[in-house]
Design a protein around this ligand. Structure first.
Ligand code: PLP
Length: 273
């Protein structure tokens, strides 16, 4: 784990942004790569929403990112997101929760989040709906799918997605926007691509049954967003390529992930030419 260089290089190829100008540069760089991927795929320039992911980033640096134009930030852990929401309430920024929800934290998410991207079980749907109702709020949600087949990952098995989506109209406070996935962690475009294709296929199937709202596809992170865009992503969740490399291993965020060097990212670049 000490050496993450692995197959694809080191995560130090994500320079840390410490000033507003550096955030502006990183954001422009990522947007440029998004636009290039869209172009390669023959898609329109405005078809992808960039969700900057600020997990582990301290609040003083988040202030710089907001000054550089970020208006919605993704956080993986509810407690951390809530603390930041509180401490940064003077800023014009909103919060998207993109990590697993323990039912006892549904109240918090209902209170501060504008979006929840990791819905994968009925208890969470019920708890969120109840808490939202009590607050008179609604919440945009994405259903998370485990497209990599790795036991460690959260998300519904692909063959349970349609049945789960069919239950969601019972929860009037949840506005289903689409599907979300984390691909297999690999710097090899041809290993991650099938995960993204699978999510799109499921979305198409669900859309035909009118089960998935606008049918957004949240897929792609710093190491693989170009491939995800080629496969139809409409939202990419990008942390390290904007904020800089994280020190913690991915097992910290997806707790059951096996130890060992991840092959993660190199570069959000045109990995899949
Ligand atoms: C951390 C995280 C991301 C962003 O990963 P980066 O490698 O920082 O781009 C995206 N999605 C989820 C669910 C995450 O937890």
């Amino acid at each position: 784990m000490s050496n993450a260089a692995g197959v694809g290089g080191t995560s130090s190829s994500f320079p840390t942004a410490n000033t507003v100008a550096e955030f502006t540069r990183n954001l422009a760089d990522v947007r440029g790569r998004i636009d290039a991927a869209l172009k390669r795929a023959g898609r329109a320039p405005d078809e992808v929403r960039l969700l900057p992911v600020s997990k582990t980033v301290p609040e003083d640096r988040i202030r710089l990112a907001v000054a550089a134009g970020c208006t919605l930030l993704g956080e993986n852990k509810v407690q951390e997101a809530k603390r930041k929401w509180r401490n940064l309430s003077d800023l014009d920024v909103q919060w998207s929760v993109i990590g697993h929800l323990q039912t006892n934290k549904a109240k918090d998410v209902a209170e501060f989040a504008v979006e929840f991207q990791a819905l994968d079980n009925t208890r969470a749907a019920e708890a969120l709906d109840r808490r939202l109702d009590a607050l008179g709020r609604q919440l945009d949600v994405y259903v998370q799918v485990n497209t990599s087949g790795e036991e460690s990952k959260y998300g519904l098995p692909p063959d349970e997605v349609v049945a789960f989506l069919k239950t969601l109209p019972n929860y009037g406070a949840l506005r289903v926007q689409g599907l979300m996935t984390i691909a297999v962690l690999s710097s090899d475009a041809e290993r991650v691509r099938p995960c993204f294709r699978l999510l799109r296929t499921l979305r198409d199937e669900a859309r035909e049954l009118d089960l998935v709202g606008p049918g957004e596809l949240s897929m792609g992170m710093s190491g693989d967003y170009a491939v995800a865009i080629e496969e139809g992503a409409t939202c990419v969740r990008v942390g390290q390529a904007i904020f800089g490399a994280r020190n913690l291993p991915d097992s910290h965020y997806w707790p059951a992930t096996a130890e060992g060097p991840s092959e993660l990212p190199v570069d959000g670049g045109p990995a899949a030419k």
